[in-house]
Design a protein around this ligand. Structure first.
Ligand code: CMP
Length: 149
């Protein structure tokens, strides 16, 4: 089924010059980027994105990290996009992430783990609405679509 998901290239990726490499992996997988922008995350956006972690001991660190430098937010569409993106980025703790995944190839950290991707269709809808208006999501077809999935 064609799904939409949300992803965020985090400050560590931007500061390390890894954004292009990561975006390229998303494109090469055959997923369609339908929205993309570099932003400074506001306090309100951070608290909405991380609402489920509010009571966790690392919450403050989480918010301050995500607001420490620009991020790139991406809206992605494709066949099973939610689970495909989760596999492409690898386990949350980068030390355990499989080689070949973004985290497995470029990080050893749990907090600075380079990229976020929604873990369900429902959360994707909510997270997309925090960072994109419907008008910012583009409609087009990739020319290679029928060769990819
Ligand atoms: P992500 O899944 O993108 O969104 C929630 C983030 O919380 C997660 O990535 C990790 O970066 C971070 N996180 C999860 N567990 C811990 C932890 N124990 N200590 C620090 N950060 C964590």
């Amino acid at each position: 089924m064609i799904e939409r998901t949300f992803s965020m290239i985090k400050p560590d990726s931007v500061l390390r010059g890894l954004a292009g490499e990561i975006i390229s992996r998303i494109e090469r997988k055959g997923l369609k980027i339908v929205g993309l922008k570099m932003i400074a995350v506001s306090e309100e956006q951070a608290s909405r994105l991380y609402a489920v972690h509010k009571e966790k001991p690392f919450y403050k660190e989480l918010v301050s990290f995500i607001r420490s430098a620009p991020v790139i937010v991406i809206a992605i569409e494709g066949e099973s996009a939610v689970s495909v993106m989760r596999r492409l980025i690898g386990s949350t703790d980068s030390k355990e992430a499989a080689p070949g995944t973004v985290r497995g190839d470029f990080s050893c950290s749990k907090s600075m783990n380079l990229i976020h991707a929604s873990d369900s269709v429902e959360n994707a809808q909510n997270e997309l609405s925090i960072f994109f208006t419907e008008a910012e999501l583009m409609k087009y077809e990739r020319l290679d679509a029928k060769w990819v999935c």
